[in-house]
Design a binder for this molecule. Structure first.
Ligand code: PMP
Length: 394
């Protein structure tokens, strides 16, 4: 960080900090695959705003949709009362590209609020007190989502949290025993991203689905990172031939504006309309500007060939990331974890990458793993350039 800069001084003084050593890079413009700092230096964004900018930064159609909507109306009233066409069009587009059983969309402002809404909905529908979640899972940072987060280091300082949460091992057959007729829902990521990219075993996930059906627990898939083509299909769950009762979306959902959503069947979602009425309230959820941006971004994604090209780009990354210091590379589409021996080594590499004009970071529960999750529009030339910067940093 430049200690001379007044903006940086004010950033540290008045913008609440959550890290003792923030990057402190002042970005003045972003476009496509690049961020630009005040000195005009370009950075390849290898993490896509942390899995938000799947269609790149400021895609012209997204920017145009935002401008058009700004000319019509911004906030009007609390969620769910007035008919707002950006909301209706976006919910309809999502439903058209989801299984028929997921046809009712509740828009929130963030991913963690989607988690909160899903947990409430599951409790309300089943009348049950318990929730099952997985070790090393991440579902958000508000208190309910924090309660299901699978890491004691982050949970512990904020106790008491929600009661009735049972944490079990991902991919473990024994985990199914924790799911009983007391379980309202099981919440699971279709890729455990922050653990450093771990996938569920297909048979195990099918068994989990069957077991939830048998005991009447709802199955919630968190695709806040895995959605919108990141894994090579529009939705991460498509590779598992199974469908959740509730789907969580966020991040790329808003095309660069803040959004989340929990999506369920119409009948299930009706539980929020009575006893009490207004079972989940948000002032800004489904904001028309965010819906217009998200709708345009999803349309761009569907009309492009980027999703179809994800698997090929994943292979290209993997073929280039070969070096004796790389312990392993785990990937699921363009969600890639490059593992080194330690956080210290990873941090040195990340810092050298940033100096060389490549922005990346590490995974929350896997600080020894470097994160690669670029916009899906990344070109082969930029993949070569990014990998050569990483290898030089080694
Ligand atoms: N679930 C997953 C899998 C996530 O990756 C995140 C964000 N990193 C969230 C939930 C929470 O989303 P938000 O930060 O928008 O609250």
């Amino acid at each position: 960080m430049n200690p001379q800069s007044d903006t940086n001084r004010l950033f540290l003084r008045h913008v609440a900090q959550t890290s003792p050593n923030p990057l402190g890079l002042e970005i003045v413009k972003a476009e496509g695959l690049y961020l630009y700092d005040r000195a005009g230096k370009a950075y390849i964004d290898l993490i896509g705003g942390i899995i938000v900018c799947n269609t790149g930064h400021r895609h012209p159609r997204v920017v145009q949709a935002i401008k058009d909507q700004a000319d019509r109306y911004l906030h009007l009233l609390v969620y769910g009362e007035l008919v707002q066409s950006p909301q209706v069009e976006y919910a309809s587009l999502l439903a058209a590209h989801l299984p028929a059983s997921l046809d009712s969309v509740y828009f929130t402002n963030s991913g963690t609020e989607a988690t909160e809404g899903a947990m409430k909905l599951a409790k309300r529908v089943t009348g049950r007190p318990e929730i099952v979640a997985f070790n090393q899972s991440y579902h958000g940072s508000t208190q309910g989502a924090l309660s299901v987060m699978g890491d004691e280091y982050w949970r512990n300082a904020f106790r008491p949290l929600l009661p009735g949460i049972r944490h079990v091992e991902y991919n473990s057959p024994a985990a199914l025993h924790a799911i009983t007729t007391q379980t309202a829902c099981v919440i699971i990521e279709t890729v455990q991203a922050e653990r450093g990219v771990y996938l569920p075993d297909k048979n195990w996930l099918l068994q989990l689905r069957q077991h939830c059906n048998a005991v009447g627990a709802l199955l919630v898939f968190d695709e806040i990172q895995a959605g919108f083509g990141r894994t090579g299909t529009l939705w991460g769950f498509q590779r598992y031939d199974t469908v959740p009762d509730i789907l969580l979306l966020g991040k790329a959902l808003g095309g660069g504006l803040p959004m989340g959503a929990f999506i369920a069947g119409h009948q299930t979602m009706q539980a929020l309309t009575g006893d009490p009425v207004l079972g989940h309230i948000t002032t800004f959820g489904g904001h028309p500007l965010c819906c217009a941006a998200g709708l345009a971004s999803m349309q761009v994604l569907l009309e492009s060939n980027w999703i179809a090209d994800v698997a090929r780009k994943e292979i290209l990354f993997r073929s280039l990331l070969v070096h004796p210091a790389i312990r392993s590379v785990r990937s699921c589409g363009l969600l890639i974890a490059v593992e080194f021996d330690s956080f210290e080594q990873n941090k040195r590499i990340i810092d050298a990458c940033i100096t060389a004009g490549l922005l990346t970071d590490w995974y929350l529960f896997a600080p020894q793993c470097l994160r690669i999750a670029p916009p899906l529009s990344i070109t082969d030339a930029l993949i070569h350039q990014a990998c050569s910067i990483i290898l030089s940093a080694l």
